[in-house]
Design a protein around this ligand. Structure first.
Ligand SMILES: C[S@@+](CC[C@H](N)C(=O)[O-])C[C@H]1O[C@@H](n2cnc3c(N)ncnc32)[C@H](O)[C@@H]1O
Length: 281
């Protein structure tokens, strides 16, 4: 497979990411699965999980929606190895290492293609979206859990968290060629690509709906996986970065504090026109 380099490759593949994906799935899936009923309208559908990581969600989709088959692809060989080890044996799920910008599938192969927590981290999100449109059957669905780091709020905190996500994380991501404010752009990107029936629902992952210690654990895993990378790429010291992550974690655990991570859950139908428009580049 040709090597595809992107700036967030190391934090996306390290051990803390495995913990992150486990905790995120436990916190997010109970809300998200309700919105997925819009696209998994019947059993027996053929689904593709793009950037499937350790297979947390590919396996949950197969169980929840009685799919015909879920194919998970990811660039990271270590994640694919773990996904196979954990979920082999679940009927109708398979994993393979592949690059989402050049997928090894024929046109019109899947009823649904999903991409969660990925497009904000990579330099070429549009190339992935176009590949998804190519491999989805006309009339099928494209789904994205589209992260946006302007949609996290904490109170009370010692530091300004908007500044942290902008000047620290945002700056590091921009240097790596990715866009931490991808989520808010995704609905209009899909509309401009001639997808129809675009729907956005906000998952409200907050200290009132989710166990605050589980949410705090997510931020612990983010800190462990990303603090060095953010420090190196933003020009801030490791101590400055760590203090802000710890502030965020303390706030989330605090008895009377409030923390919220809003995540756009976006679905759109892929028309023949969308496929035609994207196939022309
Ligand atoms: C934050 S993880 C999300 C994993 C999974 N979708 C989930 O929600 O649990 C993002 C994943 O995208 C993968 N990734 C990044 N660029 C990719 C590419 N071009 N092709 C395939 N996978 C890619 C990373 O290796 C990583 O596993």
């Amino acid at each position: 497979m040709p090597e595809y380099e992107y700036g967030q490759k190391e934090p996306m593949e390290n051990e803390a990411m495995v913990r992150t994906l486990d905790a995120q799935a436990r916190a997010i899936w109970p809300q998200e699965k309700k919105f997925l009923k819009r696209i998994f309208t019947r059993p027996g559908l053929e689904a593709l999980d793009v950037g499937c990581g350790t297979g947390e969600i590919s396996s949950r989709i197969a169980r929840e929606f009685s799919t015909k088959h879920v194919t998970g692809i990811d660039l990271a060989e270590s994640h694919i190895r773990l996904a196979k080890k954990r979920f082999d044996g679940i009927a109708g799920v398979s994993f393979q290492q592949a690059d989402a910008t050049t997928m090894p599938f024929e046109d019109d192969t899947f009823d649904i293609a999903l991409c969660r927590h990925m497009l904000q981290a990579i330099p070429k999100p549009l190339a992935v979206i176009k590949e998804m449109i190519r491999v989805i059957k006309p009339g099928g669905w494209l789904y994205s859990l589209a992260e946006d780091y302007g949609m996290l709020f904490f109170h009370p905190t010692k530091y300004d968290m908007d500044e942290f996500f902008g000047e620290y994380g945002g700056k590091a991501a921009a240097k790596a060629g990715s866009d931490l404010r991808h989520g808010r752009k995704m609905p209009s990107v899909l509309a401009s690509l001639k997808c129809v029936d675009v729907e956005v629902n906000y998952l409200c992952i907050d200290t009132l709906r989710v166990d605050r210690n589980l949410l705090a654990d997510i931020f612990v895993h983010w800190r462990d996986g990303f603090e060095e990378w953010i420090s190196t790429n933003s020009g801030k010291s490791l101590e400055e970065v760590r203090n802000r992550f710890d502030d965020m974690i303390d706030c989330t655990r605090g008895k009377d504090s409030y923390a919220v991570w809003l995540i756009p859950s976006i679905s759109a139908r892929v028309t023949a026109e969308a496929k035609h428009a994207t196939s022309r580049g």
